[in-house]
Each structure stands twice: as C-alpha cells, then as structure tokens.
Design a protein. Structure first.
Length: 354
C-alpha cells in the first residue's frame, strides 16, 4: 500500500510542472504586428519610384533605407521609395527597414546598372545619301552629338540610326558620333567612301631612304585587279613592278606584307621585306606586315595611309619597307643578294583630284 501514495505524488508533481510551463509567455509564439503585402522596388538604371505596401495592427509605420541614393516616405501603410539614376555599369542594393513600434520587416531595394550595347563598333557607308539602322540595347537615357554637318544620328527605341548626305567630295570622308550613357562616354567612327571614286588612282609611295636619309618618292597607281582579286600598287618607275596590298574595306585600311614578289631586276627577283630599324633584324616571312588606316587631310587636300608596325612580328617593331633582290623565288639567306631601296616610315599619298 505504500507504493500507491508514492506514484500519486510523482504524477501530481509532473502535472504541476506542466501547468507552470503552460502559463509562461513564449516570445516566439506571438505573431508579427507588421508584414509585407506587396513590393515594387526592383529598378532599372534611370531614376524611378516604387512602393512597398504593408499590413499592420494599426500602429505608427516608419521606414528608412541604408543608402543615400534611395529615399523613402510613408503614407498610411504605403512606403514610397525613390532612387536616383545609377550611372554605373554595376548594380546596387539597399536595405529598407519598415517598423511598427518595436516590430520590423526588411525589404531589399535593387537597382540594375546601366546597359548600353550597340551592334556596331564602326560604320562604313558608300557615297549615296542614306540612313542606316543598328541594333541597340540600353536601359538608360543616351545623349548623342556628331562631329560634322553631313552626319546625323538618333536613337529610336532599340534602334541606333545614322544618316549621311551624298558624298560628292571625290575623297573619303570620316566623322564621329559621340554618345554618353551614364558615366560612359565613347564614339563611333563613320566613314563614307567608294573605292573607285575616292581611293583608287594615281598616288605616291614615299618614305625616308634608309641609305642616304633623303626623302624617296615613287609614283604609283592604286587599283583593284579583278583577274587576281588583289589590290595592287603599280610602280611605273620600274618596269612591271607591282606591290600587292591587303585591303580591309570596312575600316578602310591597307597592309604591306613581307615576301611579296614585286617584280624582277637584272635577272633577279625583287621581294618586299620588313625591317626593325632599332634591332637591325629583317623579315621575309609572309605573316609579317605593316598597316594603316586611310585618312583625309582637309587642309592639305590629300588622302593618306601611314604604314606602321601592327604587332604581327612578335618582339620586333617594323619601321621600314625594303625592296630586296633574291636569286630565287624561294627566299633564304643564301638566295638574298642585297638591298635595292629601303623606305623608313613608308606612306601612301593621294592628292584629291580636281
């Protein structure tokens, strides 16, 4: 009979302990007095406004953002959010804290960086008056201006439009479209020309004679040889000599390559070679070249190309074009017989026809 009171006493103690625990306040069992109903605070790069709507138990709502580019105000249960323009390519975020008394909720304000992507790095157009349109992706305002009266540009939605008047100058002309998007500023070169009208014809190949330091001037005719599909400089001061040029019509630019068979001289073969003046090394590898863009000088009324090192000969800086004699069309040190003419800082010059 002594066991029963002991068991009853244990049960009574468990009951009392359980009752005491149920009477205590559990801080995690209370519901929040404020919650987010809706939010619209993800922005593109331009300045903009959005809102966060909350539900509350009727207390006083306050709000604050932790970044200076985001400002907030409260109207009832609506928090108004304003952001300044993000003129950086990187996105940014700010923490918005909304309070109802001692209770609070957090919302992240996000703003994307500006985007500007144009489907053209340079623009080449023939001599006719015309307008061209290029694809454009952007999420911020873009300001545009042009360098010349014959060239205009505009943004129309997702299109970048460039318009030119007819080119009756008889020479290549080029201008620039300058644009600013956020803190990003750049330009696009616009070139208007036609090969036969504005580049081909009589010209001069000149440079400093590497033998005596005097200026050397060679008459030349620049043309496109349809039979060989090559661009050619005929050199009439030498019988049958032709210098073949690489030509990039989209720039436009020209290149002179080593190992180009130019012609013959006194029973031997004339080839182009390229020379590093500083290190004294010579190359007759066909992979080595010098290049330059076609430009027009309005003051001098000339179209010109400065041929310069283009990085094709690793470790060397090409400063001169040389016409060399070889006893064979297979180039080697043994077949090389010597220099006919060297042109330092070679350039092509075409006077504007009247």
């Amino acid at each position: 009979m002594k066991k029963i009171p002991i068991i009853f006493s244990v049960l009574l103690t468990v009951f009392m302990v359980s009752s005491c625990k149920d009477d205590e306040i559990n801080p995690y069992s209370l519901g929040k007095t404020i919650s987010v109903v809706s939010q619209s605070v993800i922005f593109d790069a331009p300045a903009a406004t959005g809102t966060v709507v909350v539900a509350s138990d009727g207390g006083s709502i306050t709000a604050a953002a932790d970044a200076p580019w985001a400002t907030v105000s409260v109207s009832g249960n609506t928090v108004n959010v304003s952001v300044t323009e993000n003129d950086n390519i990187n996105g940014r975020s700010s923490l918005l804290t909304i309070k109802n008394g001692s209770d609070s909720v957090n919302v992240t304000i996000q703003q994307r960086g500006f985007v500007f992507r144009l489907d053209a790095s340079s623009i080449t157009i023939d001599d006719d008056a015309q307008e061209k349109s290029f694809g454009l992706t952007h999420n911020t305002d873009v300001s545009i201006k042009t360098s010349d009266d014959w060239l205009t540009a505009a943004i129309d939605g997702d299109a970048f439009k460039v318009a030119v008047t007819a080119n009756d100058t008889k020479h290549l002309r080029s201008g620039y479209v300058y644009y600013t998007a956020g803190t990003y500023t750049d330009s696009i070169r616009v070139v208007q020309y036609e090969f036969e009208k504005d580049l081909a014809g009589d010209c001069f190949l000149l440079g400093t004679n590497t033998s005596n330091g005097e200026q050397a001037v060679l008459r030349a005719t620049f043309s496109y040889d349809k039979a060989t599909s090559k661009y050619v400089l005929d050199l009439p001061d030498f019988t049958g000599w032709k210098l073949h040029l690489g030509f990039n019509s989209s720039v436009p630019s020209a290149s002179i390559y080593a190992a180009d068979q130019i012609g013959e001289y006194d029973g031997d073969y004339v080839f182009s070679t390229l020379w590093d003046l500083d290190q004294g090394y010579l190359s007759w590898s066909s992979s080595v070249s010098i290049s330059g863009d076609f430009q027009y000088d309005d003051a001098e009324k000339v179209t010109y190309v400065y041929f310069e090192d283009n990085g094709s000969w690793s470790g060397y800086n090409v400063g001169a074009l040389r016409f060399e004699l070889f006893s064979s069309t297979t180039l080697s040190s043994g077949a090389r017989k010597g220099l006919l003419l060297g042109l330092a800082e070679p350039m092509l010059l075409r006077f504007n026809p009247e």
